[in-house]
Write a protein that binds this ligand. Structure first.
Ligand SMILES: *Cc1c(COP(=O)(O)O)cnc(C)c1O
Length: 226
C-alpha cells in the first residue's frame, strides 16, 4: 500500500467508528478533497476504491477529469460557484455542494445535459454569519429548496456548510447543531434530502456525531496542500 492508501484506510475506519458511535452504522461517507493535488493522487485513491472526489475550482477539476476519463468517478464541486461557471458545473459535475442563490437555479437546470441524471444539489448555508462569505442565510433555505425541487433537471439532496474553525469546541458544536436542526426542518418538506455535508480533516468525527452524512477531507488524506 502507498502512503495515500494507508491514510485512506485509516480515515475510512475512523468515519465508520464515528458513525457507529452515533448510532448510524454505515451512515457517513467520505468525499476526498483534491484541490492542489495532482491527478495521480486521485488515481491512487481510486485504486483503493474511493469514488467521490471534491474540487474547489472548475478549471482545475476539468483538467484532472480529462486525464482521469477512463475511471468512473463521482465529481463534487465544493468551491463557490460563479454565475459564469454554471454551464461547466452543470455539464461536468455529479454534485454541486455550494448553491447559495436562487438566480443560479434556472441556468443550472438549463445546462444540465438531458442524457445525464439530474444534478445533485446541496444548499450551502452560512451558518456562522460573521465568518464566511459564501452560503445563504439560514432563513433563506426554505425558498431556495423549493426552487431547486421545482426543477426536474436538479435533485435536491440536502445541505452543506463550512463552519468557522472556532478554537472553542462549544462554538463549533453550536454551529453543527444549528445545521442539524436546519436539516431536520428541510427533510420535513423534502423527505428525499438525505445528505448533510459537514466536517473536514480537523473535526469530521465531531461532525458525524452531530449528524453529518458526508465529510469532506483533504489534508488528513494527502498531507498539507502545496
Ligand atoms: C479544502 C476544503 C475541504 C478540506 O479541508 P481539509 O481541512 O484539508 O480536510 C473541505 N471542504 C471545503 C469546502 C474545502 O474548500
Amino acid at each position: 500500500m502507498t502512503h495515500g492508501q494507508t491514510a485512506h484506510a485509516s480515515i475510512l475506519r475512523r468515519i465508520d467508528e464515528a458513525a457507529t458511535a452515533a448510532g448510524r452504522p454505515g451512515g457517513a461517507r467520505l468525499l476526498a478533497v483534491t484541490k492542489g493535488q495532482p491527478a495521480a493522487a486521485i488515481r491512487v485513491l481510486a485504486g483503493a476504491g474511493q469514488r467521490a472526489f471534491g474540487e474547489n475550482y472548475v478549471q482545475e477539476a476539468l483538467a484532472k477529469q480529462a486525464v482521469l476519463a477512463d475511471l468512473d468517478l463521482e465529481w463534487h464541486l465544493i468551491g463557490a460557484l460563479q454565475s459564469n461557471k454554471c454551464r461547466e458545473a452543470a455539464e461536468r459535475f455529479d454534485w454541486l455542494q455550494t448553491l447559495d442563490r436562487a438566480r443560479l437555479v434556472e441556468p443550472l437546470a438549463h445546462y444540465r445535459p438531458p442524457g445525464r441524471p439530474p444534478l445533485n444539489v446541496l444548499i450551502q448555508v452560512d451558518i456562522d454569519a460573521e465568518a464566511s462569505k459564501s452560503g445563504c442565510r439560514p432563513d433563506e433555505v426554505g425558498a431556495l429548496a423549493q426552487a431547486v425541487a421545482a426543477q426536474p433537471r436538479l435533485r435536491l439532496r440536502g445541505l452543506m456548510a463550512i463552519p468557522a474553525p472556532w478554537p472553542d469546541a462549544g462554538r463549533r458544536h453550536a454551529a453543527f447543531a444549528r445545521m442539524r436542526t436546519l436539516f431536520v426542518q428541510l427533510r420535513q418538506d423534502h423527505p428525499g434530502a438525505d445528505t448533510l455535508s459537514l466536517g473536514m480533516s480537523g473535526d469530521f468525527e465531531q461532525a458525524i456525531g452531530e449528524g453529518a452524512t458526508l465529510v469532506r477531507i483533504g489534508t488528513a488524506l494527502f498531507g498539507a496542500r502545496r
